[in-house]
Ligand binder design. Sequence first.
Ligand code: SAH
Length: 402
Amino acid sequence: MPSKSAASSLPVVKISRRGAKRLQEGHVWVYRSDIVSATGVAPGTAVGVTDERGKFLGTALYSSASQIAIRMISSHAINDLPGLLRERIQAAISYRERVVGKDDTDAYRVIFSEADFLPGLIVDRYNDLLSLQILTQAMDAEPVREVVISELSQRLKPEAIAERVDPRIRELEQLPARPSGVVQSVGEDKKTATIFTMNGVRFHYEALEGQKTGSFLDQRENYAAAAGYAQGEALDVFCYQGGFALHLAKACSSVTGVDSSRPALEVADRNASLNNREIEWVEANAFDLLRDYADAGRRYDTIVLDPPAFAKSKANLETALRGYKELNLRALKMLRPGGILVSCCCSYHVSPAQYLEVVGSSARDVHRNLRVVENRGQAKDHPILLNVPETEYLKCVIAYVS
Ligand code: SAH
């Protein structure tokens, strides 16, 4: 470990008392409004951080554009950033070796940004392909990219590494536009498609298509848990490429998946064939479909709700909570006694307690009793770093209806 020293050769950013307090409380971000001075600091570089009196607080990655100006990477003075990045990548890989079951899964998040002490970097593994997302100026710097790509290649030996670019994030970070594409590849033909396995269920993966990094790895353990309680006739609402539906098919007599995206359902159907499953896919707006099905008197034994994040910011929290409530109400109306509700929420702005309240108040309104069988979160390869609340976002309530 490098020694703790104020004698860093790095440029210095001075932060306010409020910013310093935030770091003392264990957070790793300092907002732009708490920057006192950052003169001569180049965008996206490593900086030494001090309080107003000049006391050294650690090393951070600096962004000249984001509201999050400082992301701490160490409480020490770091003079060998490439060395530190390599160590952190190795540590992230070792952590996954301990928490991800190897027998039936070859897809998981390898690096989860702040939660792996690599702020601004997300890496997912899908069998022999890696998917890379760069979210900050510092991680976009050419020497940093080179270290990240070479370390990942050496350690995980993927066939290819594809970068998925979110143009909105590059704009926010004032980075030049850049297309998504393969950034490293073994052999001439840049491989972008593969088949990966989660809990023994197989999925098609196309590195440069689909949402997020292509699949919802954060639900992996929830898929398996849900399948453990599922039975009878099942409805997977907001099914995307069939993550829950395909897992439920092992245990249920029939499964219907609903999504508004046709391309997602086309992949879902290919996934069903890959696993020799018969699943009915319905392209519809989930709110309309749930209302129509409930009105038509349809009943189910298992219903999964896994909508997109309705609360993108604190400002629309109330509207979001109403949306979640409506979905839960409609699902509960259709569940037979003895049925299972799997109710998910991926909005960071809705706390686990708030979400339980939404599900509970829905049960009260339709005069049903709900017993929580499991109150779950994101899979362990998406670790929650305590003191950095933003790393915890997924809720998955599995409840028994009577
Ligand atoms: N359950 C999925 C992930 C769901 S992501 C899995 O485990 O992989 C959210 C999905 O909701 C996306 O596929 C998106 O196309 C779909 N969606 C968004 N709004 C919708 C709406 N109003 N009706 C139906 N589907 C919708």
